[in-house]
Design a protein around this ligand. Structure first.
Ligand code: PGA
Length: 230
């Protein structure tokens, strides 16, 4: 039977200093060196870093030869122009393969609406950045052109309490009824201890840890736990 590729996507949110970013990459590289059993055949690791660190992370990942893709945590709904403070999809596309769009924290603290999020998805696609679109439940509207989704129930984010793997799988199954959705991740209090229960579910393709990605050792342990066990 074909082994599905598991996506482990870390979301740093608004955390880390420049020095801490360097330490994270160096520590992660050390783990990788000590344990050569990382296999990009089965695991795809993505790291969503604050935009200001994309260039540094891009440089470090190349220098240390790390099998990690980078993602932006946010992009502008506009292509370019007089939009003070905005970072466009075109700008991040030089460093990021992915963009996180629709996270509940952006909806809650920055009043992002379905309409605005649809524009961000459009911008991402036009600039060959792949949107990882967050949904809060099965009723969240998913814009056209999205192939990768993360189901993140609001109450499970940062709470230490996860949804049940069975319910997360049920939502993923429903979402995948839409032909254009290829992969669904689960997010909300993912740890090295609970990750296996989620990735074993037939309709789930990976996880999106927030807190669990801040410490490189913990992120590494999540990857190790998600690896197919021989
Ligand atoms: P958490 O965050 O793992 O800290 O719960 C998940 C997320 O919001 O992406």
């Amino acid at each position: 039977m074909d082994q599905k590729k598991i996506i482990i996507a870390g979301n740093w949110k608004s955390n880390k200093s420049e020095g801490e970013v360097k330490n994270w990459f160096e520590e992660f590289a050390k783990k990788l060196k000590e344990n050569s059993s990382y296999t990009s055949e089965f695991i795809e690791s993505i790291l969503f870093v604050p935009s200001v660190y994309l260039l540094l992370a891009h440089y470090l990942k190349k220098k240390l030869d790390l099998p990690i893709s980078l993602g932006a945590q946010n992009i502008s709904p506009f292509s370019e122009g007089a939009y003070t403070g905005e970072v466009t999809a075109k700008m991040v596309s030089q460093y990021a393969r992915f963009a996180l769009i629709g996270h509940s924290e952006r909806r809650k603290y920055f009043q992002e609406t379905d309409e605005l999020l649809g524009k961000k998805v459009q911008q991402a696609i036009e600039n060959t950045v792949e949107p990882l679109y967050c949904i809060q439940d099965e009723k969240t509207v998913i814009p056209k052109g999205v192939h990768l989704v993360a189901y993140e129930p609001v109450w499970a984010i940062g709470s230490g309490v996860t949804d049940s793997p069975e319910n997360a799988n049920r939502i993923a199954e429903m979402v995948k009824k839409r032909k254009d959705i290829d992969s669904v991740l689960y997010g909300g209090s993912v740890t090295p201890e609970n990750v296996r229960a989620f990735i074993h579910m037939p309709s789930l393709d990976g996880v999106l840890p927030g807190k669990g990605s801040l410490d490189p050792k913990m992120f590494w342990e999540i990857i190790q736990a998600a690896k197919p066990q021989s």
